[in-house]
Structure formats: structure tokens, C-alpha cells
Write a protein that binds this ligand. Structure first.
Ligand code: DC
Length: 225
């Protein structure tokens, strides 16, 4: 199977780029952040106490993760409950960031990611896909962009929901998420040695997708699509 990995900093546009590449190449697309978010939803649903190693080990014991594609949309189903509608709620985003570094959780998610990569030609998007999940992937991208540009993009998305959001708060949030992602003990965010770095500071999604698809075609010697 052909595996393309897309890792990168938050707000860099990696989700849109990954989806765009998958659409052009007619590959499957897997959003791995959504799996961590789904786990956080279930943790909140069960009202588990403040996470520490002991509590998380107990939580993981009976954790059943299923990914389904319904009308081309990825659904995350944890222990039979479809959490797809709640994945992006703030409380679940925060908890996903807290739970995702726990080793036992990463090991569970690793199995899902590996199985997907073996079953489909796919584009898999996350934080450590090129480095740890699929080090053998044929093409790896690491997406970056200037932090102020990322904050502007995020502000635009958030303004749709709430007009009272301040640019400097969003910028601070981006900086602290970068710090957490890059400095955690498990699966710290960094490019693989063979990642191709794509800087989207001055690129539209369309241009970034084209750039990546051209690189993939060249690397895999695909002439026609
Ligand atoms: O990409 P996202 O914001 O949906 O990710 C949600 C959380 O999961 C975020 O805190 C980073 C974490 N994550 C991870 O640790 N490893 C991945 N492969 C993907 C996401």
C-alpha cells in the first residue's frame, strides 16, 4: 500500500492539505487527531477522575476504538458510541491534549493507524505519523507556517462563532500548543529525517496541495491520475 504522512504544527493547514491530496489521488484519508479527541470524549462521558498513569491504565483496559466512514466522513466510535459531533468541543480538545501523551493510549491508537495503513492507499495526518507510526511510509510531509499567520487563520475560523476573540489571545494559544506538542515526553512533534518541509505561510491550500501532489507523483513515478 502507498502511505503518505502529513505531520505539522497546529493551524498550519495540514488537515485541508491532507484531505486535498487524498481527493486528488483517490486515496483514503485518516485524521488521527480525531481519534485522540474521540477518546477524550469517552473519558469525559465516563466522568473519569483527573488523569494520571494509574487512572489512564484502568481507563484504557476496556477501550474499544472503531473508525467508520459514512458518506465519506470519518466517524470515531468509542465503545459503541459515535462521538463525531462532539470532537471539536473545547473541553474535549483540552482533554485530548492532556491524554494523548499517555503511552497506553498511544499504543492503542498506534494499532488502529497501522491497520489502516496496511489496508488502504492513504494519507494519514497527525503529529508523529512520519516519525513513529509509519517510519516506512513512502512520502512524508511536515507542514509549517509562521505563527502570526496561523493565528490569523485561526482567528478567522473562530470569529464565525464568537466576535469577541482577541488576536493576541489566539497567538498565545498557538504558541502554548506548539510548546506542548514539541516538548512532551511521548511522541514530541518533529519532522522525520526524510520529511519534506512545506511552509504554507504564503501558500493557499490549493497551491500547497498541488505542490505536494507533484512531489508525490515524482517520488512514486505516477504519470497519470
Ligand atoms: O490535530 P488535532 O488538534 O485534532 O489533535 C488533537 C490532539 O491529539 C492534540 O492535542 C494533539 C494530539 N495528537 C497526537 O498526540 N498525535 C497525533 N498523531 C494526532 C493528534
Amino acid at each position: 500500500m502507498i502511505n503518505v504522512t502529513i505531520d505539522g504544527v497546529s493551524g498550519s493547514g495540514k488537515t485541508s492539505i491532507a484531505k486535498g491530496i487524498a481527493k486528488v489521488l483517490k486515496y483514503h484519508y485518516l485524521d488521527t487527531g480525531a481519534i485522540y479527541r474521540g477518546i477524550a470524549c469517552y473519558y469525559n462521558f465516563l466522568k473519569f477522575p483527573e488523569p494520571d498513569k494509574k487512572v489512564v491504565d484502568k481507563f484504557v483496559k476496556n477501550l474499544q476504538i472503531d473508525i467508520k466512514f459514512i458518506k465519506n466522513t470519518q466517524h470515531v466510535i468509542i465503545n459503541g458510541i459515535d462521538f463525531s459531533e462532539s470532537l471539536r468541543l473545547e473541553e474535549n480538545s483540552m482533554l485530548a491534549a492532556i491524554l494523548s501523551p499517555f503511552h497506553k493510549i498511544r499504543t492503542k491508537v498506534l494499532l488502529i493507524q497501522k491497520a489502516f495503513s496496511l489496508k488502504y492507499n492513504c494519507v494519514i495526518e497527525g503529529r508523529n505519523i512520519g516519525t513513529e507510526v509509519l517510519p516506512e511510509a513512502q512520502v512524508k510531509f511536515f507542514i509549517v507556517a509562521d505563527e502570526k499567520v496561523r493565528a490569523k487563520r485561526r482567528l478567522k475560523q473562530l470569529k464565525h462563532k464568537n466576535d469577541n476573540i482577541d488576536f493576541l489571545d489566539v497567538l498565545e494559544d498557538i504558541k502554548s500548543r506548539d510548546y506542548m506538542d514539541e516538548n512532551r515526553n511521548e511522541a514530541a512533534l518533529k519532522p522525520a529525517n526524510d520529511s519534506i518541509i512545506i511552509d504554507t505561510t504564503a501558500l493557499t491550500t490549493k497551491k500547497a496541495v498541488k505542490l505536494c501532489v507533484d512531489i508525490i507523483k515524482k517520488k512514486l513515478q505516477i504519470n497519470d491520475l
